[in-house]
Design a binder for this molecule. Structure first.
Ligand code: GRF
Length: 200
């Protein structure tokens, strides 16, 4: 069975969508994969209690307790590695990861970003899309590389930007698409992986 670990920082709505899809679509039986743990860098992440109630392992590791990014990432890797994950999914995990951490999980580390990459890497994506006069915005699931919000694009969802949109309205429209996109992309990856395993 392949283990999946999810990292969050906030509300965790993408994490909930992933866990819900894994249950509904029976990823264990279909793909031989299961979500086993949710780790947050913030103790007050709303999603943690929910994850615990679903029977998942949860952990909090505050970046504030570490003097350097390297020290935080090393401890985070230790927590993650307890689960020997085949995939590590960043779902609203708001920390920039060190190149060493990214290299350790090469090929296993995936992120969702609320823009149509390569446009609008970084923060405030919705406000920037509105200010730029974009007719469309969206979200991207991509592999994580050492360069922020770069890496192979695995899937995208597109939404219109409406004339009266404020950033919050656009963000809500994009987020509801993220909840479809992220589980669909992960399921596709798992299916592809299971197929490759069967052939090897
Ligand atoms: C999402 O828009 C995600 O793309 C971005 O942060 C937000 C997290 O939302 N990286 P949630 O914590 O999954 O609700």
């Amino acid at each position: 069975m392949k283990n999946i670990v999810i990292l969050i920082s906030g509300g965790g709505s993408n994490m909930k969508a992933l866990v819900g899809a894994a249950q509904r679509e029976n990823w264990a039986q279909r793909h031989g994969a299961r979500i086993v743990a949710v780790i947050s860098n913030k103790a007050d992440s709303a999603g943690l209690a929910w994850a615990q109630a679903q029977g998942l392992a949860t952990a909090v590791l505050s970046h504030r307790d570490f003097a350097t990014r390297e020290a935080f990432d090393a401890q985070l890797a230790q927590l993650i590695d307890q689960h020997e994950p085949a995939l590590v999914l960043l779902a609203g995990f708001m920390r920039i990861l060190t190149p060493g951490f990214v290299a350790r999980y090469e090929g296993r580390l995936i992120n969702i970003h609320p823009s149509l990459l390569p446009a609008f890497t970084g923060l405030n994506t919705h406000q920037r899309a509105i200010e730029a006069g974009c007719a469309f915005a969206g979200a991207t699931v991509h592999r994580v590389t050492a360069e922020l919000d770069h890496g192979e694009i695995l899937g995208q969802a597109v939404v219109p930007v409406l004339p009266a949109d404020r950033p919050e309205q656009l963000a809500a429209r994009v987020l509801s698409q993220e909840h479809q996109l992220y589980p669909a992309v992960v399921a596709r990856l798992l299916a592809r992986q299971a197929q490759a395993d069967a052939l090897s």
